[in-house]
Design a protein around this ligand. Structure first.
Ligand code: ATP
Length: 516
């Protein structure tokens, strides 16, 4: 199956099985904003717990924080975001209307797509029943011509974006003869940068409302609390502060489902170290974070480090952990050595001394920082992409069948155990409920009595449930059940009293931590 098709199926699966819904769907959605459904929220919470515990429980010198989304606007001035966190913008001189250069080009791309779809629709009507859409798309002259134009433009566009080449973006708009929809002219200004931060007003206008920003990263909340945590926690350098929280970016390229969102969640840890030791710590965290990813067991060949060629002016080392998504190797996490840039900036802008007195050196300094920064949603997508599998199997009645199975690592699976009475009568349903009542304090359990056992197994496979337990007539006699394992589909007969042990060994996060 082509990788693009795999991705499309994955997106459809996320919706069909209650993992991810488009935000405001009944109002036709809101671009690059998504909601997590009943299974999605469980997976998301488990990912966050895996990260949080690996940072805060496993490292004596890493503590947590939950800072507010709204912060004093000067923080974003100090951090450089007000001046330099931006995307390309263009004006039409005649209409005085403002556009995003990239959106104009995206719309031009969409025009080629529309032309292709119109050709296909026309041909569908003309050929009726006998229409072979795939063949038509592969051979029709007009379709191929528009596809070629789309490919060329897309390639040029992506290159210009990646190169941050604003002149080239303008040149594309001119070469494509894109006109302003209001004035109808091509009288364009040069392309300038557009800030990615969302802003809003705090307080009533009469009181002198203040323009504040929705944070585009959680890290600044950590920097401005450095002194609070260091002092109240009596933290000794080196130490880290970990935080999970929402971040907002008015992203321009918002096409790859939850890969790039306008509202998303980050898990960030800022590690404060002695100046001069930062590159050593950078190497340590780089390895620690890669181990965390690889402990999930999705195959080390699917991960790689990508060293940054171009470093931000404040960084002296930066690397991304990339995963092989269906659309190629892409960043999941960034590890950055940020020097003393942020703390020094806040020291300067706030006028407060932000330093650490190092008793071993008997001197004060502004600590250096190594950061690990990962998106919860991107990690979610990575796990879904790695787990999704379509398999040919023999069904319960011996016929060839297909199953979609999410091979989510058991400690992260939304539901750990499904309890299925073979039939509702003869007390089997009540027995199944009894088992759930016993285990529900330990694991997320689900009861299902509808449809054949085979269909119920398929439903649990599709949401990644590692264990299914079937209650039958023998259960009523000897208190044993059939336990079925998701990955192998093998079944065992076990005592109900053994279930807790069997399952907890597999679904505990300890199983992942043991590999770190
Ligand atoms: P990209 O190059 O993909 O835009 P970035 O380099 O801007 O990402 P960082 O600022 O380093 O990303 O953010 C750290 C992490 O936050 C990323 O590795 C990613 O997992 C996540 N992230 C960043 N932007 C988004 C977004 N728009 N949607 C979802 N996750 C995001």
């Amino acid at each position: 199956m082509a990788q693009e098709d795999v991705f499309k199926k994955l997106v459809a699966h996320c919706k069909e099985y209650g993992f991810v819904f488009q935000s405001s769907e009944i109002y036709d959605g809101l671009g690059a904003v998504y909601d997590y459904g009943q299974n999605g929220v469980e997976l998301k919470n488990n990912i966050k717990k895996y990260w949080w515990d690996s940072m805060v429980l496993l490292h004596e010198n890493v503590v947590g924080l939950d800072s507010a989304i709204f912060m004093h606007p000067t923080i974003w001035k100090a951090s450089g975001h007000v001046d330099a966190f931006s995307d390309p913008l263009i004006d039409n001189r005649d209409s005085k209307k403002r556009y995003r250069a990239d959106v104009l080009i995206e719309e031009q791309l969409a025009k080629f797509e529309d032309k292709i779809e119109k050709e296909v629709e026309k041909a569908k009507k003309r050929f009726g029943e006998t229409f072979d859409e795939k063949q038509f798309r592969e051979t029709n002259g007009r379709v191929l011509e528009n596809q070629q134009k789309w490919n060329d433009l897309q390639a040029r566009f992506v290159k210009a974006l990646n190169d941050s080449n604003l002149d080239e973006l303008k040149q594309i708009i001119i070469d494509q003869e894109i006109v302003c929809p209001v004035s109808g002219t091509r009288n364009w200004t040069d392309v300038r940068q557009f800030n990615l931060m969302f802003s809003t007003d705090m307080g009533a206008a009469a009181d002198g409302a203040m323009k504040i920003y929705l944070r585009p990263e959680t890290a600044q909340g950590i920097f401005v609390n450095y002194l609070n945590v260091q002092k109240t926690g009596r933290m000794k350098i080196p130490f880290g502060i970990a935080q999970i929280g929402k971040a907002f970016r008015n992203e321009i390229v918002a096409r790859q489902f939850i890969f790039r969102m306008r509202e998303f969640e980050q898990m960030e840890m800022q590690f404060f170290v002695r100046p001069g030791s930062e590159l050593e710590w950078f190497q340590k965290w780089k390895q620690t974070r890669m181990n965390w990813h690889q402990a999930l067991g999705f195959g080390s060949e699917n991960y790689r480090f990508h060293e940054h060629d171009k470093l931000a002016h404040y960084a002296n080392a930066a690397v991304d952990v990339e995963y092989k998504f269906p659309f190629g190797f892409k960043e999941v996490e960034g590890i950055h050595s940020r020097t003393d840039f942020d703390l020094s900036q806040h020291q300067q802008f706030s006028g407060k001394k932000i330093q650490y007195f190092d008793p071993e050196l008997n001197e004060s300094y502004v600590p250096f920082v190594v950061e690990t920064s990962i998106g919860v949603d991107r990690m979610f997508l990575q796990i879904m992409a790695a787990s999704y599998s379509e398999e040919e199997i023999l069904s319960e009645d011996g016929k060839k069948d297909m199953r979609v199975v999410l091979r989510i690592p058991a400690p992260l699976a939304p539901i750990k155990l499904a309890v299925l009475p073979l039939m509702k009568k003869d007390g089997l349903a009540e027995k199944a409920r009894e088992i759930i009542d016993e285990l529900k304090f330990d694991f997320n359990c689900q009861y299902d009595e509808k449809d054949s056992i085979g269909k119920r197994y398929r439903r649990q496979d599709a949401i990644g449930t590692p264990f299914c337990v079937t209650v039958d007539h023998i259960t009523m006699e000897d208190n044993t059940v059939t336990i079925r394992y998701r990955d192998t589909m093998l079944q065992d007969r076990v005592a109900i009293s053994d279930l807790k042990n069997i399952i907890s060994g597999e679904v505990s996060l300890k199983k992942l931590f043991a590999k770190l």
